[in-house]
Design a protein around this ligand. Structure first.
Ligand code: BEZ
Length: 276
C-alpha cells in the first residue's frame, strides 16, 4: 500500500475519541436504554459494592445507584466522567486495561458497551477484574461481539481500500466470538456460567453519518477532514439499501456478546475429600 498524503501520521489509538457528552447523549442514548437486560443479569443487591467499567456519562450507572448499589464508575474519557459526576456519581478517569483498585474491592464488576474499546489488551481487563473482585464475585457484561456492525465495518474498510489504505491497523474495535472470550475468562480463573451472542438490530436516533461521527471517530480521524466527509457519504450510499428500513430509519447491525462469570476458585469447586 502506498503512503497517501491524506493519512495523518499521528493515528488516534483506540479509546482516544473525543466523546463529546452532548453528542453522545444525542446519538447514543440507546446504549444505556438497551442496557437493562445486562443489569437484570447482574441482579444487583442493595448495599453491594459494584464497579462499572466504561461508565461513560453514567446513564446506566445512575440506575445501579438508584437500586441501592454502592457503585463506582470508571471511564477513559475525562469529559464523560465529568458528565457522570454531574449526576452525583462517584466516578474516575481510568483505563479498563489498567484497573487500579485494592484486591477484592468489589462484589461485582459490570460493563455495558465498553469492553470492545479495550482492544489493545483484553486479557489485562479480565485480569484486573479478577483482582478487583472479592472471592465469589461476579463479572457481568455486554459488549459488541462476532459480526457486530459487520456491514458498517465492511463499508468503512472498502472506502479505505479504495484510497489504497489498509484499514486493519486503524480499526478501534474488538468484537470477540464467545469461544474466544470464554477461553480468556477461563484462563484467568473465571467460571463462565453464561455467554452468548445476541442479534440486536438497533434503530439509530439520527442518520448513519451521526453514528459514524460518534462511534467511528477515531477510525475516520485517520483521514483528513475533507476525505473523511467524502468517506461518510460513500458509506451511507453503500449501506442505504441494506440498513435503511421501509420507514426510513437507519438500523445498525448490532450483535451483542453478553456474559456472566464468577470468581469461584476452580480448585475449590473440584476439591474432593481424600477417601480413607
Ligand atoms: C457497540 O456498542 O456495539 C459499538 C460501539 C462502537 C462501535 C461499534 C459498535
Amino acid at each position: 500500500m502506498r503512503d497517501m498524503p491524506s493519512v495523518i501520521d499521528a493515528v488516534p489509538k483506540p479509546g482516544e475519541q473525543t466523546w463529546n457528552p452532548d453528542r453522545y447523549a444525542r446519538q447514543a442514548g440507546f446504549v444505556a436504554e438497551l442496557g437493562m437486560p445486562v443489569v437484570d443479569l447482574l441482579a444487583p443487591q442493595p448495599g453491594e459494592k459494584i464497579l462499572d467499567i466504561g461508565c461513560g456519562n453514567g446513564a446506566l450507572t445512575v440506575k445501579l445507584r438508584d437500586m441501592g448499589v454502592d457503585v463506582i464508575g470508571i471511564d477513559a474519557s475525562a469529559p464523560q466522567i465529568a458528565a457522570a459526576r454531574a449526576l452525583g456519581l462517584v466516578a474516575c478517569v481510568m483505563d479498563g486495561q489498567k484497573l487500579d483498585f485494592p484486591d477484592g474491592s468489589f462484589d461485582a464488576v459490570f460493563s455495558n458497551a465498553a469492553l470492545h474499546w479495550m482492544r489493545d489488551d483484553p486479557d489485562a481487563v479480565i485480569k484486573g477484574v479478577w483482582q478487583a473482585l472479592k472471592p465469589g464475585g461476579r463479572f457481568v457484561a455486554e459488549m459488541g461481539g462476532g459480526d457486530n456492525v459487520s456491514k458498517i465495518r465492511r463499508a468503512i474498510e472498502a472506502a479505505f481500500r479504495r484510497r489504497e489504505i489498509d484499514p486493519a491497523p486503524y480499526n478501534p474495535w474488538y468484537f470477540p466470538e464467545p469461544d474466544e472470550y470464554r477461553r480468556r475468562l477461563e484462563s484467568a480463573g473465571f467460571n463462565v456460567r453464561y455467554i452468548r451472542l445476541i442479534d440486536r438490530p438497533t434503530r439509530l436516533p439520527e442518520d448513519l453519518s451521526g453514528w459514524l461521527d460518534t462511534f467511528a471517530e477515531s477510525w475516520l480521524a485517520v483521514l483528513d477532514p475533507a476525505e473523511a466527509a467524502a468517506v461518510k457519504v460513500e458509506i451511507a450510499n453503500d449501506l442505504e439499501p441494506e440498513l435503511k428500513n421501509t420507514e426510513n430509519f437507519w438500523m445498525a447491525d448490532y450483535v451483542r456478546l453478553r456474559f456472566a462469570a464468577d470468581k469461584s476458585s476452580k480448585r475449590g469447586a473440584m476439591f474432593r475429600c481424600p477417601t480413607v
